[in-house]
Ligand binder design. Structure first.
Ligand code: ADP
Length: 666
């Protein structure tokens, strides 16, 4: 023994004490001791000295061994107690042992003392250890029971042979709705939905093997079905083959998994582009539609650390406003232009919203984009068409207004003057003058009706070309002749600029339409010119002839240069119109020129005059005859240059002489 043994002696005889101590020392037991003789000193020593062993005499003058033993039992029950006495009868010895003494020794047989001390100490140590182990066992069993009962994971133990529940915890009680007692009167099949599937496996579950099963349907007390995942192992419970089962309710998990699957399928198959970025705008996900539309794969975008792919085609502070809004957690909706991988721009109708984390901070942005390029174009077309329809409606109203005026004026004249013709007292001059008015009015009506018929035919696509070769110099002269009276009436001159000799001035085209075009242009030229002249001419260009009608009239503002070729368009609007007309002449002329394969346009300066140009395809093979040179044309040959002088055939018409340099092949 390393440390000294603390011995409490209860002894009144010093020589006996001396003898006992000597015996102990002989046994090489190092000890320390306190000696007492009275009850008070004994109790004191027990409390303060805390001996390892008590060696007590049986009979003392003021105390005795049995009393000392009882006090030890009370105050230091784990401390060995040995009675050492001079004489003791059998009965007392048995009583002392029954009362808890570890041994008794006779003073005349002290040789046994050391062994008795060691045995008593050893026995006490062994008892202490056993008790400690038992205590620990009880405590750990308590802990395990507690861990089982209070475990938040539902669990139970069942008998593998009878399938009866042997134990069940609170979590299982909560999950299934049965009380513990109800559980303990049930069998595991009572909670299994398809229990037949388990009969074989239960029977085979006798080994310690750990088992794991998932998606097992269980029925709760209220009849509702839950989906569970179980893990179990076999063990022996109260000497019965049993199985410990841990249950996990995965109903919500499966539901949310299938919800997530559904949502992700919806996103994958969505006809709308879906893009997810982190809070700094770095792209983390794009759906297949995004790739289909833009040509970008997710790898392209992640690799390049691309942010939302937008070119600099949107307004300057567009992104600033956008990010300011979404970074506050608001939803941004709008349209902007994006660029595809191939550089093509497209319009994207876009919704950007943010996803917050559990701390209420933005963690992701979700961008939904729809390609509305076509829709926008359609809308623009629709708006244009609507505007056109409204414009056309407006123009038709104006046209009806004009046309009724244009028809009524000559019609009133015809009706009025034809009535007056019946007057018997009319002079011959009046009669001639009246019938002249009636005729002119009739012609005016005819022109309007022709225009309406022509434009209707054009719009119905029924207008065709009757091409044949004709001499356009002749035609120009004839048409100009028809305007000779107007020139006289208006004090204007009409100039002809015929650039090709008559024998070469043949063209393969529609003669009637040519006449109509030129007449329309001349009618306008005379209508809108009050002083100066009107000039008709052409020049030969590569494979075409470019005709023109020039006037020194009121001119046409720039913004009307295209407009006046549209139906019913007139510069003058409203009731105060001075010039009359239906607004059909130019559209008809333009349609005819197009039909004949040419172009028509104009140059004009307001207040100075207007020149209308139109081209017709020309091929020198169109020339078919040379013998139709008009008498009024004198040709002078100077070297290889032909000078053509055109002179007036009607002296009333103030034709100008125009010199033109002609190349010999013309
Ligand atoms: P209308 O002459 O019957 O009104 P047009 O289609 O021939 O119809 O001409 C449309 C309009 O173009 C005219 O009303 C006029 O405002 C303008 N216009 C045409 N030719 C001339 C011209 N030579 N000088 C000035 N305005 C012209």
């Amino acid at each position: 023994m390393d440390t000294k043994l603390k011995i409490l002696f209860v002894e009144d005889n010093p020589s006996d004490l001396r003898m006992i101590k000597d015996f102990i020392l002989e046994g090489n037991i190092m000890f320390d001791s306190v000696v007492v003789e009275t009850h008070e000193d004994y109790v004191d020593a027990i409390n303060s000295y805390k001996p390892d062993i008590i060696l007590s005499d049986y009979n003392l003058p003021k105390f005795n061994g049995m009393e000392a033993l009882n006090i030890r039992n009370l105050l230091l029950p784990d401390t060995p107690f040995i009675l050492i006495t001079g004489s003791i009868n059998e009965e007392t010895a048995v009583n002392s042992l029954k009362s808890g003494a570890d041994d008794y020794i006779l003073k005349d047989n002290l040789r046994r003392l050391n062994n008795a001390i060691m045995n008593a100490l050893e026995q006490k140590r062994a008892t202490r250890e056993r008790e400690l182990a038992e205590k620990r066992l009880m405590e750990s069993e308590k802990i395990y029971r507690y861990m089982f009962a209070k475990n938040p994971q539902p669990m139970w133990i069942y008998d593998v042979e009878t399938l009866s529940f042997l134990e069940v915890n609170y979590a299982a009680v909560n999950l299934y709705g049965y009380s513990r007692d109800e559980f303990l009167s049930m069998k595991v099949n009572d909670v299994r939905v398809n229990h037949k599937d388990y009969i074989i496996s239960d029977n085979t579950r006798t080994g310690p093997k750990y088992g794991y099963e998932t998606d097992i349907e269980n029925r709760r007390k209220d009849g509702s079905i839950i989906l569970t995942e179980t893990s179990s192992h076999s063990f022996s419970f109260n000497s019965r083959p049993a199985r410990h089962v841990l249950v996990r309710d995965i109903t919500a998990q499966r539901q949310s998994e299938s919800r997530v699957r559904l949502l992700s399928r919806a996103i994958e198959q969505s006809p709308v582009c879906v893009m997810i970025t982190d809070r700094s705008g770095l792209i983390e996900y794009v759906n297949p539609r995004f790739t289909e539309l833009t040509g970008y794969l997710l790898e392209d975008l992640i690799k390049d650390e691309s942010r939302i792919i937008t070119p600099d085609v949107n307004e300057k502070n567009f992104y600033y406003t956008l990010f300011e809004k979404i970074s506050k957690g608001s939803i941004w909706q709008g349209e902007f232009q994006n660029m595809k991988k191939n550089g093509e721009l497209f319009w994207a109708k876009t919704d950007i919203s943010s996803i917050m984390n559990e701390n209420g901070e933005i963690s992701k942005y979700i961008i939904l984009m729809e390609d509305v390029t076509e829709r926008k174009a359609l809308l623009a077309d629709y708006i244009k068409a609507k505007e056109r329809a409204e414009e056309s409606d407006r123009l038709k109203t104006a046209f009806l207004h004009n046309i009724s005026h244009e028809i009524r004026t000559p019609l009133n004249a015809i009706m009025g003057f034809s009535q007056m013709l019946t007057d018997q007292e009319l002079t011959k001059d009046d009669r001639v003058s009246f019938s002249d008015i009636i005729q002119k009015s009739g012609q005016q009506l005819l022109v309007i009706i022709n225009d309406i018929v022509n434009i209707s035919a054009l719009e119905a696509g029924q207008e065709t070309c009757n091409k044949k070769s004709f001499n356009f110099n002749d035609l120009i002269r004839q048409i100009c002749n028809q305007f000779s009276i107007k020139t006289k009436e208006q004090g204007l001159s009409i100039n002809l600029n015929l650039a090709i000799s008559d024998e070469n001035a043949y063209i393969n085209s529609d003669e009637i339409k040519f006449i109509q075009i030129l007449s329309n242009l001349l009618t306008n030229a005379f209508k809108f010119t009050h002083k100066g002249y009107v000039e008709v001419g052409y020049e030969l260009q590569k494979e075409k002839v470019q005709f023109y009608v020039k006037d020194t009239g009121i001119g046409i503002p720039d913004d009307m240069h295209d407009e006046i070729f549209k139906r019913f368009r007139q510069i003058e609007v409203g009731d105060s119109r001075k010039y009359g007309g239906s607004g059909l002449g130019l559209p008809i002329s333009k349609a005819y020129v197009k039909l004949l394969g040419g172009d028509i346009w104009l140059d004009s300066v307001v207040g100075e005059g207007t020149t209308f140009y139109f081209t017709l395809p020309y091929n020198e093979n169109d020339r078919i005859t040379f013998d139709t040179i008009p008498d009024n044309t004198q040709r002078h040959l100077t070297g290889n240059i032909t000078k053509t002088l055109i002179v007036a055939e009607d002296e009333d018409v103030n034709f100008l002489l125009i010199e033109k340099m002609l190349s010999p092949q013309n």
